[in-house]
Design a protein around this ligand. Structure first.
Ligand code: IMP
Ligand code: MG
Length: 177
């Protein structure tokens, strides 16, 4: 069975407009502070790169990355979260914004936010482009959420299925045939 693209769920224009709104909201709320945006690789790299360009100069902004693996290369959760790449910088007493592509079961983000809190960050918030609330297994507070989507596997704008389709500018569902 092969995976193919099915229907476009979010267009590049819809995404761009929402990312701008999120950036403006983050700018207003963190104005006058120092903020470390922690992108979760690989999925969040496209979203992070667009989002930070809408965080204005009132926020003293830094970027760092973490890579975790919670999924194999297919479309099902293995339920395991492993740190593959850790942060470069010490985050003690810093305001942290975790930037993630999608919250699905919530396992990845609940684990990551607890790690960041243990490192004594001054504050920890979560910004996720997509939220699939129907799939939630553990409670996670998503402070900034782009779009709520139905329980469908999506690709594009950084999101993959088996490493494919991260390059698409729109977000689309996939199907097996
Ligand atoms: P969670 O730990 O179940 O919340 O899974 C979060 C991670 O699963 C995300 O960072 C994605 O890498 C991956 N994921 C979950 N749903 C999708 C999807 O629809 N498309 C692509 N990746 C997904
Ligand atoms: Mg992924």
């Amino acid at each position: 069975m092969a995976l193919t693209l099915a229907e476009n769920l979010l267009s590049r224009d819809q995404i761009a407009a929402r990312v701008q709104e999120l950036g403006t909201q983050i700018s207003d709320e963190y104005a006058g502070s120092e903020l470390v945006c922690v992108g979760i690789l690989k999925g969040a790299f496209v979203f992070l790169s667009d989002l930070i360009r809408h965080i204005d100069e009132r926020v003293d902004t830094r970027i760092d990355f973490m890579a975790v693996s919670s999924y194999g290369d297919a479309t099902k959760s293995a339920g395991i979260v492993k740190i593959v790449k850790d942060l470069d910088a010490d985050i003690r007493s810093k305001h942290i914004l975790i930037v993630e592509d999608i919250v699905d079961t919530g396992l990845t983000l609940s684990y990551l936010s607890s790690i960041i809190r243990e490192r004594l960050a001054a504050s920890t918030r979560i910004c996720a482009l997509l939220d699939k609330p129907e799939r939630r297994e553990v409670d996670v507070a998503v402070d900034y959420a782009g779009f709520r989507i139905p329980d469908k596997f999506v690709v594009g704008y950084g999101l993959d299925a088996g490493e494919r389709w991260r390059n698409l500018p729109d977000i689309a569902t996939i199907e097996e045939n």
